[in-house]
Design a protein around this ligand. Structure first.
Ligand SMILES: Cc1cc2nc3c(=O)[nH]c(=O)nc-3n(C[C@H](O)[C@H](O)[C@H](O)COP(=O)(O)OP(=O)(O)OC[C@H]3O[C@@H](n4cnc5c(N)ncnc54)[C@H](O)[C@@H]3O)c2cc1C
Length: 441
């Protein structure tokens, strides 16, 4: 366990000094403190929390904004990565909060199980992903927090609390997408499904005009469908279709998909980048954990040096929302690397952008041009405002807090839940204070 010199060491935690402040994955922000604890057990987490006045949990640092930041102390969950045996009765697995999907999904598959969906990358921690409602794609697929059936969490007083879908439905639905504001999650229990195989086919140059009358059909073209677009031509650059394949079943891919042409090689979403980092395409069947993410574990996901923003709108407004963003194509061009459009099913999680609302997410992988991005995002947000747009909690956005808050019907229940588990604001950082409570810290 590590901490910085400014913090009086806890002997129970065997702390060392971390002299340098950590950066997030993209390197666009430096966390405000060098006091980073790395507990190996739940009781160490309890000890640290009891002794800290201010603290936040830190997963794999893949967020682009200051949601995970703390002015005083961070608890890295990287050593909270144990895997319990699969519970065959409930068909669930309990994992340490800090484990990355890529570290246990193969093991699940080897034992005959799967998780319904994954994000574009397997490098992120389970608790960190669920805390921000991280998602993949698929008309019938909820976000990554939807298969959570229980969480174990250390709250502000150092108490260990378990919340389950079955026993504590109210608090549970508020706590799973908890933005790190209720406590430090130490274990997550996930509902499993039987393992499945997926094949991935990519189509190039889908005429944008096809979205007008066929959006739902296009997004239902597979178990998970992603559209990659640069907004500059009359074509969607790439359509990635991930289809389930049953054992012994031979699926073929049509040469054409709504006017798009089947790719004859593996491609990266940004065509100029080598596809080496991408999961196998060209219809080669493989296990779910090696096809649902776009990028392979052990390789750099996406482009690396980038910023990201992503916006959710109700699915019924998908085409109108895409058209509204397209009017900004000239402003988008200088800063965009690529856009990805995905579908996410509705859920019951209070702070999920898809709460009771099947949605589409319009994602922007952007150049690390802070001024350009800061100028662009409010324009996109304005175009999407008529559709009640919500931003991804872990990515960049500029929506004013009162507007953001008005779009979460369970906001006041969530505020009460925070006050119940953290009455003195130990886990409240500036991001939470501003965006959830509406005033700067
Ligand atoms: C290359 C790249 C690709 C991405 N692809 C996708 C994608 O496909 N879909 C998508 O939706 N998002 C995507 N993201 C965003 C990413 O999934 C989210 O930012 C996610 O929250 C990152 O998880 P993390 O473990 O890095 O969390 P961190 O960034 O470390 O933390 C995120 C939040 O979770 C809280 N937290 C972390 N661990 C705990 C814990 N144990 N207890 C309580 N709170 C905790 C933190 O306090 C913080 O508020 C991508 C990001 C990158 C960099």
């Amino acid at each position: 366990m590590l901490t910085g010199a400014a913090f009086a060491p806890f002997s129970a935690c065997k702390m060392e000094t971390q002299s340098e402040k950590l950066k997030n994955w993209a390197g666009n922000l430096t966390y405000s403190t060098a006091n980073v604890f790395e507990p190996k057990t739940v009781s160490e987490v309890q000890d640290i929390i009891k002794k800290c006045k201010k603290v936040r949990a830190l997963g794999t640092r893949h967020c682009f904004n200051r949601i995970a930041d703390s002015p005083e102390n961070l608890i890295s969950t990287k050593y909270l990565n144990e895997i319990s045996p699969i519970d065959l009765t409930t068909r669930t697995i309990t994992v340490g909060a800090g484990i990355r999907y890529g570290e246990f999904c193969k093991q699940l598959h080897d034992q005959g199980y799967g998780i319904h969906n994954l994000a574009s990358l397997p490098h992120i921690s389970v608790a960190g992903a669920c805390a921000t409602a991280t998602h993949g794609s698929g008309m019938a697929n909820g976000n990554l927090a939807t298969p959570v059936s229980a969480i174990e969490m250390v709250t502000a007083g150092g108490e260990l609390v378990t919340l389950s879908k079955e026993k504590d439905p109210d608090a549970f639905y508020g706590a799973v997408v908890g933005l790190g504001a209720l406590g430090v999650i130490t274990k997550v229990t996930l509902e499993l499904i039987p393992t499945f195989a997926v094949r991935q086919d990519v189509y190039l140059n889908l005429p944008v005009a096809q979205l007008e009358n066929h959006f739902d059909e296009i997004m239902s073209g597979g178990y998970s469908v992603s559209l990659f677009h640069d907004w500059q031509t009359e074509n969607i650059n790439q359509v990635w279709i991930k289809r389930k394949v049953k054992e012994g079943e031979t699926l073929t891919a049509e040469q054409e998909f709504f006017g798009a042409t089947l790719a004859d090689r593996n491609v990266h979403p940004i065509l100029e980048i080598s596809a080496e980092n991408c999961t196998e395409q060209m219809g080669v069947p493989g296990p779910w954990y090696d096809r649902l993410p776009h990028f392979k574990m052990g390789f750099t996901p996406s482009s690396g040096e980038e910023l990201q923003a992503e916006y959710f709108v109700p699915r019924q407004h998908a085409v109108e929302a895409i058209k509204a963003v397209a009017t900004l194509k000239d402003e988008i061009r200088p800063v965009l690397m690529i856009t990805e459009i995905r579908a996410i099913d509705g859920d019951n999680l209070w702070m999920s952008p898809c709460y009771h609302q099947p949605s589409i997410a319009i994602h922007f992988t952007l150049k690390q041009d802070n001024n350009g991005v800061s100028a662009l995002l409010p324009k996109i947000e304005e175009k999407l405002a008529p559709f009640g747009v919500k931003p991804h909690w872990g990515k960049l956005f500029t929506i004013p807090p009162p507007t953001l808050q008005s779009r979460y019907e369970k906001l006041s229940e969530f505020q009460q839940l925070i006050n119940q588990y953290d009455p003195e604001g130990k886990f409240r950082n500036e991001f939470i204070q501003t965006n959830i409570f509406g005033s700067p810290a």
